[in-house]
Write a protein that binds this ligand. Structure first.
Ligand code: DGT
Ligand code: CA
Ligand code: CA
Ligand code: ZN
Length: 583
């Protein structure tokens, strides 16, 4: 196990002990140890091998032993026994947003509640509000949390659905009986979360294709299988639907199953207005539902279908009935951003805070990907749990980055690291003073600890945007898809402030964030606010998030001209200087 996994286990032990009502010093020791490990600058394996765990603050002998065991064997019997000694329903309850171990224990001790279902019933009966230390507000919050949890459980992150779907699509593509194939549904539309995966295939041998599909590696079970369709549950729990049609029907089936439902409704109305009938099998000269090829209007591709309905081609990402028809009626849609337009990233971490890799290693990896620049924006001091940098360490990092860049230049490379920070937005301003910020190439300001009050959060973010040294606001709402709701804030007001001050907004393309949300980009664009697509990389592989983020930007109608990190390095430098020159 690596340090993050070990830290996770220790933190969980702390929670489980608290749930059992163990003494608070003991429970806190685990939580503290977890935090210490997370902030570790060197590999945990190395510390264990060199027998130096004892040097870490607050890690006594018992903990050292447990950590060593986890690092070397990946298992800890103490943890497994502890977990087994607690009813599974109680552990489940910890997952309800807003419920910590203390509250779960109180609910169990005083109401006998030992499952989420019983908890919901107790809330609905008003029993929870009557408990000491709970009240009406908490009870309502718990009910809301249970509802969120239920929604979360039925959906999956886009990144996970893509990882499951792409190998299957690759297999279908080379199957001899498959003529054309594609993903469809929300996955093809690049929604941030996916209910189920949809595939559309054209073939003259549907039975063979269905048999092949249901016997793919990675299938957990087959839930339905017919002559032209099948539904399966993939390992990991995602459902996937397959439809097989004739190749003549393919463009119609693809358009229909890509959706969205709202988009399809308008498409069908446009067909009706032309005396035609549109369904998943074709575009027919008929008033009634039909699948009769003799009545069909031939379309070889989706492009032709749109054309027959008086529309330019609408990329799948835009098929949400959010303005695409008005634009496609007039002519071709704007050329949306492609992920290969992106030249680098302006928000990333290194092993100086909570990321992986040294500065030199990161430079080498990102240059190897063909990128032109990569900003190192480690956390500021207030994010102590992420090993945030104080001014002295940050200045040392600036010097080291200059060294890396000098060596790159000597070697004839044009790739550059940029200096930077992800500075915390605190209650009364930024975590660093302006003179330090002015020394950096790139300043991202992020609200990591929001207040519970909407006006207060909005005020803090607007004040950050007004700082002449802040180039962009990072992950505006702090949401974690399927895990944590967005912080309360007036996003429109913050966008307006960014427009006024020439501040950019991040499209954080970590697949758990996609923050700012795609639904708000058309507004930001209309105000002239530029987008920066940042993977917020904590390890090399996270550079791959750029591809996901480009799709989200497309969904927000963004073009290359709207995106700062589509600029080459020299023009980026000019853009970075521009905000500071406004003041
Ligand atoms: P999801 O799976 O919840 O993330 O969202 P979708 O959009 O993938 O929905 P899904 O899998 O239920 O259906 C795929 C597409 O099929 C959907 O986007 C549009 C089309 N479709 C399904 N049912 C209907 C319907 O009742 N009416 C219309 N117009 N289209 C439908
Ligand atoms: Ca779907
Ligand atoms: Ca489906
Ligand atoms: Zn970050």
């Amino acid at each position: 196990m690596d340090k993050d996994q070990v830290a996770e286990v220790l933190a969980e032990i702390g929670v489980l002990l608290e749930l059992k009502g163990e003494n608070p010093f003991k429970t806190r020791a685990y939580a503290n140890a977890a935090r210490t490990l997370e902030g570790l600058a060197e590999p945990l394996e190395k510390l264990v091998a060199e027998n130096r765990l004892g040097d870490l603050k607050g890690i006594g002998e018992a903990l050292q032993e447990k950590i060593s065991l986890l690092v070397t064997t990946g298992r800890l019997p103490y943890y497994e026994e502890l977990k087994a000694s607690i009813p599974a329903g109680l552990i489940d309850m910890l997952d309800v947003p807003g419920l910590g171990p203390k509250k779960v224990k109180a609910l169990h001790d005083r109401l006998g509640v030992d499952s989420v279902e019983k908890l919901e019933a107790a809330c609905q009966a008003g029993q929870v509000a009557d408990l000491d230390g709970f009240g009406e507000k908490t009870q309502a919050k718990i009910l809301e949390g249970i509802a969120h949890r239920r929604q979360y459980a039925s959906r999956h992150l886009l990144s996970e659905a893509l990882a499951a779907a792409e190998p299957i699509l690759d297999h279908l593509r080379v199957h001899p009986d498959v003529v054309r194939c594609s993903t469809a549904g929300s996955l093809r539309r690049w929604r941030e979360t996916i209910g189920d995966i949809d595939f559309v295939v054209s073939s003259a041998q549907p039975a063979a294709v269905i048999d092949f599909f249901t016997h793919q590696p990675g299938m957990q079970s087959v839930s339905a299988q017919g002559e032209t369709k099948a539904s399966v549950i993939l390992e990991g729990g995602i459902q996937a639907d397959l439809r097989v049609v004739s190749d003549r029907e393919f463009p119609f089936a693809l358009a229909y199953f890509t959706g969205s439902k709202e988009h399809n409704i308008v498409m069908r109305q446009r067909a009706i207005a032309r005396g035609l009938r549109l369904n998943e099998y074709g575009l027919f000269r008929a008033k009634e539902e039909t699948r009769d090829p003799a009545l069909g209007v031939a379309c070889a591709t989706e492009e032709e279908l749109f054309e027959k309905l008086g529309l330019a081609f609408v990329p799948p990402e835009l098929r949400e009935d959010k303005g695409e028809f008005a634009v496609a009626e007039k002519g071709p849609l704007p050329r949306l951003l492609e992920w290969t337009d992106l030249k680098g990233s302006l928000h990333n971490h290194s092993n100086w805070s909570d990321g992986r890799g040294t500065l030199a290693e990161i430079a080498q990896a990102m240059e190897g990907l063909g990128l032109a620049y990569w900003a190192i924006t480690d956390h500021s001091r207030a994010s102590f749990q992420a090993n945030g940098l104080d001014p002295a360490r940050l200045r040392k990092q600036i010097a080291e980055i200059k060294g890396v860049n000098a060596r790159l230049a000597d070697a004839g490379s044009e790739f550059r690291l940029l200096t930077g920070t992800e500075v915390d937005i605190l209650r009364d301003g930024l975590d660093f003073k302006d003179d330090l910020l002015a020394e950096l190439d790139v300043v991202v300001a992020s609200l990591h600890v929001p207040a519970s009050d909407e006006a207060e959060n909005t005020k803090r973010l607007i004040r950050a945007a007004q700082n002449p040294h802040v180039h962009m606001l990072g992950h505006l709402t702090g949401r974690l898809l399927l895990r944590r709701e967005a912080a309360k804030l007036n996003q429109q007001a913050v966008i307006d402030a960014c427009a006024e001050t020439g501040t950019w907004l991040e499209l954080n393309c970590n697949p758990s964030r996609f923050d700012l949300d795609w639904r708000l980009w058309p507004y930001a664009k209309s105000k002239g606010v530029k987008c920066v697509i940042n993977p917020d990389a904590h390890r090399f592989e996270h550079a791959g998030f750029l591809r996901l983020g480009a799709g989200v930007a497309r969904k927000g109608w963004l073009t290359k001209a709207d995106v700062i990190n589509a600029l080459p390095l020299n023009r980026l430098r000019a853009a970075l200087a521009a905000k500071r020159q406004r003041h």
